[in-house]
Design a binder for this molecule. Structure first.
Ligand code: FAD
Length: 284
C-alpha cells in the first residue's frame, strides 16, 4: 500500500527543523524510517508533513565527554553495536544493539527512533532505564533534559512535547558491567521479553543496580524495587532469588501466543538470575 499524501522536508540544521515543527504541530520527525514508514504504508497513521532529520550533520556522533558517553539520536543501531568505546564501557548497550532486528534494519534504524517510537518490545529503552540515561530534547524554545525513567508515558507515547526533537542521549560511566538478555522465537524478531541489568560492584557487594524490562508491560519498565533490594547486598543465591521475585511487582504480562503469564514470569526470573550471576561471576 501507499501512504497518504504528505509533504517532505529535509532541514539542514536542528534550528531549521525545530522552527518548522513549531509551526506545524501535526508534523512528524523521520529518522531511520524503520517503524514510521511501515506504519505510513499500512495506513496505521497519516501525517501531513514529514521532517527528515537524516540530513542534519553531527546528530549521529558517539563520543566520550569527561565521564559521560554522548550519543546523537541519529546514531544507527549498527554503529552502536560495533562502536569499540560503547563495547568497552557499556557492554549491555552494544549487546542490545546487536540483538535488534537484522543487519538491514540495524543499518537504517536509529537509537533516537527506537527510543521515541515507544513500542514496549523495542530493545534500547530498557537499556536506557537500566543505565539511568538522560535524553536531550531540543525545540524552538531551547533544550531540556528528560530522565529516561520519566520518558516512557504509555505505549507509543513519550514525554516529548509538540515541536521537540530528541537530539542526544547522555550516560554516566559508573564503571559498571551489564548484560542484555532477549528471548525471541526467530532471528530478527522483536523480544517476547527482554532484560537489561547493569551492576556497579564494590568487592562482593552491589553498589548500584539498574534494571530495565522489555515487553513486560505497556511501556518499558524500570524495576526499582529489585534495584533497591540488591544495593548494599552480596549476590548470594537467596538475594538474587528475592530480587527476581521483586521484578514481578512491576510486570504486567498478558497470556498470548508467545506464552502464558506464568511462563513469562518464570522466564523473566530465569533470565534475571542468569544475567546477574554472569555479571557478578557467581557460579550458576
Ligand atoms: P523512525 O521509524 O524514523 O521513527 C519512529 C518514531 O520515532 C516516529 O514516530 C518518529 O517520529 C519518532 N522519532 C524518530 N526519531 C526521533 C527523534 N530524534 N526525535 C523525536 N522523535 C523521533 N526494534 C527493536 O528494538 N528490536 C527489534 O528486534 C526490532 N525488530 C524489527 C524488525 C523489523 C523487520 C523492523 C522493520 C523493525 C524492527 N524494530 C526492532 C524496530 C526498529 O529497530 C526501531 O523501532 C526503529 O529503528 C525506529 O528507529 P528509526 O530511526 O527507524 O525511527
Amino acid at each position: 500500500m501507499f501512504p497518504d499524501k504528505f509533504e517532505y522536508y529535509a532541514p539542514k540544521s536542528i534550528e531549521e527543523a525545530t522552527k518548522f515543527l513549531s509551526g506545524h504541530e501535526d508534523a512528524k520527525v523521520l529518522a531511520g524510517g524503520q517503524s514510521l514508514i511501515p506504519m505510513l504504508k499500512l495506513r496505521f497513521t497519516s501525517i501531513p508533513e514529514l521532517v527528515d532529520i537524516g540530513k542534519i550533520s553531527g546528530l549521529d556522533n558517539i563520543s566520550i565527554n569527561g565521564n559521560t558517553l554522548e550519543i546523537g539520536a541519529m546514531a544507527r543501531t549498527s554503529d552502536i553495536a560495533e562502536n569499540q568505546t560503547v563495547r568497552k564501557i557499556f557492554p549491555l548497550l552494544s549487546e542490545a544493539a546487536g540483538l535488534i532486528a537484522d543487519p538491514l534494519v540495524r543499518n537504517m534504524g536509529t537509537i533516537g527512533g527506537d527510543i521515541c517510537h515507544g513500542d514496549p518490545a523495542n530493545d534500547f529503552p530498557a537499556v536506557m532505564l537500566a543505565l539511568d540515561a538522560d535524553f536531550i530534547a531540543s525545540s524552538a524554545k531551547g533544550k531540556r533534559t528528560i530522565k529516561a525513567e520519566d520518558f516512557f508515558i504509555d505505549t507509543f507515547t513519550n514525554a516529548l512535547e509538540s515541536g521537540e526533537i530528541l537530539t542526544g542521549i547522555k550516560i554516566e560511566n559508573r564503571n559498571s558491567s551489564g548484560r542484555y538478555l532477549k528471548y525471541k522465537k526467530y532471528a530478527g524478531d522483536f523480544s517476547i521479553l527482554g532484560l537489561a541489568v547493569d551492576l556497579s560492584m564494590d568487592g562482593k557487594m552491589v553498589k548500584r543496580a539498574g534494571i530495565g524490562l522489555t515487553n513486560c508491560g505497556a511501556t518499558p519498565l524500570k524495576a526499582r524495587d529489585a534495584e533497591k533490594f540488591l544495593e548494599g547486598k552480596e549476590l548470594t543465591n537467596k538475594n538474587i532469588e528475592s530480587a527476581a521475585n521483586l521484578l514481578l511487582k512491576v510486570t504486567d504480562f498478558m497470556d498470548d501466543d508467545n506464552g502464558s503469564t506464568k511462563f513469562k514470569e518464570k522466564l523473566l526470573k530465569y533470565l534475571f538470575t542468569k544475567a546477574v550471576k554472569g555479571i557478578g561471576g557467581v557460579q550458576e
